[in-house]
Design a protein. Structure first.
Length: 397
């Protein structure tokens, strides 16, 4: 019988968060635990007339990696994505890889809601000249076209949508493409979710968005008993998944459907993907040193995740929530938090969880200060509306 293929390895990372562009900015910001939450102000996302403002995190302008003629017809999602892909590409040394053996998976759907709202509003207000580029840039797959036109990627290219688990599913699909031999390298991107004020208002009506009743820096409270919902944060991440190399660590994992249509989490579903990830890697729960939790700060979401962690025999492992510092990137979240997991593994330190003043019972939370930790095995959890459950297991080099 043929030998089993080894799990693929992450050999390059590119990130953008409110802490800045690049891995070092993210790692330094996470370890500092500093507050970067504020009032959202982008056109199309700022507070609607007569309504209180939204709180969250917005990015600085991305480094310019696009030709000027391309930048003119590329929205924020594409510009930021090109920047993080540039960082990951060059760290992994992909200029030396056959383009036919490089693939791309973009995680996310309905990614440019703010741009769409602005275009619709201008048309409704009487502006009848519509950009012809809107005919193709409205598709999420345009990001595949953009990135493959900028970088020599000539293997597979596609998008995947799994709500807040989109970035994690993109990583797992990239890993499967490498493991199966379809390509030797596959880049997974958790794309920037450029939400509009209308979409944020819908999250608020659903009862999952933190109300602006307190200072911006106090509102995002994963696993705290006073949590009131998630807080949006612009973000993007790219991870290069390769067949060989030492890199940051080997990855495997699972994603499954729990059978829920709406926002309700599934304890059985979350337990199942954790068990499948452990089983697939041949790693006992007792060997997990660290869990990067989904940790949105929603009342039911955090309650369900804590129950899943404890029921899976992970009560001994350190747990923190990256969203407490960088907000919820929605489509980008799973990929970005896996990047944060790998960076912490390499640094041998775990970042604090902000606003964890009165933690829920059970897990071994990293609270208000970073802690030293040798991480040999870690789990990164990501769950999305519609019953998307994922768990990615990382093994140190």
């Amino acid at each position: 019988m043929p030998a089993e293929r080894a799990d693929p390895v992450v050999t390059g990372i590119g990130v953008a968060t409110g802490f800045g562009y690049g891995k070092q900015a993210l790692l330094d910001g996470l370890m500092s635990g500093r507050d970067i939450f504020t009032l959202l102000s982008r056109p199309g996302r700022a507070n609607l007339s007569g309504q209180p403002p939204f709180i969250g995190i917005e990015l600085a302008d991305p480094p310019s990696v696009l030709p000027q003629r391309v930048a003119r017809i590329t929205g924020l999602t594409g510009q930021v994505g090109a920047s993080v892909l540039h960082e990951a590409w060059h760290e992994a040394g992909l200029d030396d890889v056959d383009p036919e053996r490089i693939g791309l998976i973009v995680g996310g759907s309905n990614l440019q809601g703010r741009a769409a709202l602005e275009a619709h509003s201008a048309f409704a207000a009487g502006r009848r000249v519509v950009s012809p580029h809107l005919a193709y840039t409205m598709f999420d797959s345009d990001l595949c076209g953009l990135f493959t036109s900028l970088f020599p990627i000539r293997g597979l290219a596609q998008t995947v949508g799994a709500a807040s688990a989109s970035g994690a599913v993109a990583v797992l699909e990239a890993a499967e493409a490498v493991r199966s031999g379809r390509v030797d390298v596959c880049i997974a991107i958790g794309a920037l979710q450029d939400v509009s004020a209308v979409e944020l208002r819908a999250f608020q009506a659903l009862g999952v968005l933190a109300e602006p009743e307190m200072l911006p820096g106090d509102a995002c409270r994963p696993f705290d008993r006073q949590r009131r919902g998630f807080v949006f944060g612009e973000a993007c991440a790219a991870l290069v998944v390769s067949r060989t190399g030492e890199g940051y660590g080997r990855i495997s994992g699972a994603h499954r459907a729990s059978g829920n249509r709406g926002p309700e989490p599934s304890l059985d579903g979350e337990r199942r993907v954790i068990a499948l990830a452990l089983q697939g890697a041949g790693v006992a729960a007792t060997r997990i040193d660290y869990v990067n939790a989904h940790g949105t700060g929603t009342p039911l979401g955090d309650e369900t995740e804590v129950a899943a962690i404890m029921a899976s025999g992970l009560g001994h492992a350190w747990v923190n929530a990256s969203k407490s510092l960088i907000g919820h990137g929605i489509a980008a979240a799973g990929a970005l938090e896996l990047a944060a997991t790998l960076l912490q593994m390499r640094a041998g330190r775990l970042h604090p969880t902000r606003n964890l003043a009165d933690p829920m019972d059970g897990p071994r939370f990293v609270r208000d200060e970073a802690v030293a930790c040798e991480i040999r095995h870690a789990l990164s959890l990501s769950f999305g509306f519609g019953g998307f459950d994922t768990a990615i297991l990382v093994q140190a080099p």
